[in-house]
Design a protein around this ligand. Sequence first.
Ligand SMILES: [Zn+2]
Length: 210
Amino acid sequence: MHYSYCPVCGGALAPVRLPLGNTSGPDDLRACGSCGYEFWQNSKPCVSAVIVRADGQEQYILLTRRAIEPYRDCWDVPGGYLHNGEPPEQGLARELAEELSVPLLRPCLAAIEIDEYLRADVPREARFTFNVFYLCTLPADIEPKPADDVAEARWFPLSAVPSGLAFPSNNRVLARLRGRIGEYLGENRGTSGPSPFAAGGAGSSPPGGR
Ligand SMILES: [Zn+2]
């Protein structure tokens, strides 16, 4: 499936063949025969939050269980699509407020991945996502409150993260970030005065766990 009409003037869009050396092809670039506007079919921008905290010697990640397809009932990291023109950190703050009623704290750009939002009724050309991942954190006294597109939110020890998270990019990013999370939490501890992670005094039980 391709878009057929120019969003500027309504003229017919036709494939463009780019000069040799450019890897893009007629599948993702079409041009208007009337006004010359070039329309790119490219990946949709998304933002995701790898929310971590430390409690004693253990580090935890906040995962959400999906209430909707695709990957219904799989564990996921919070996030979603950016709105048109929306700055990534602002969009992630909006998503965290909508999904979990929590703030975006100390966001640190961590990874960028391409993935697919799998829906049988959407053609493959329109399913690709451009995923921007941020490491961020939450103090112990802020409890996530899941919205209706999230079935459940739970803190998992990094040593016991469920295998097979929703979306392949989440699994790749988490595998790559594991070595950086301790450093991230340590840096935050050092620069924030009293540690927010010590606030709960939760002993050995998972912070906010169920
Ligand atoms: Zn046009």
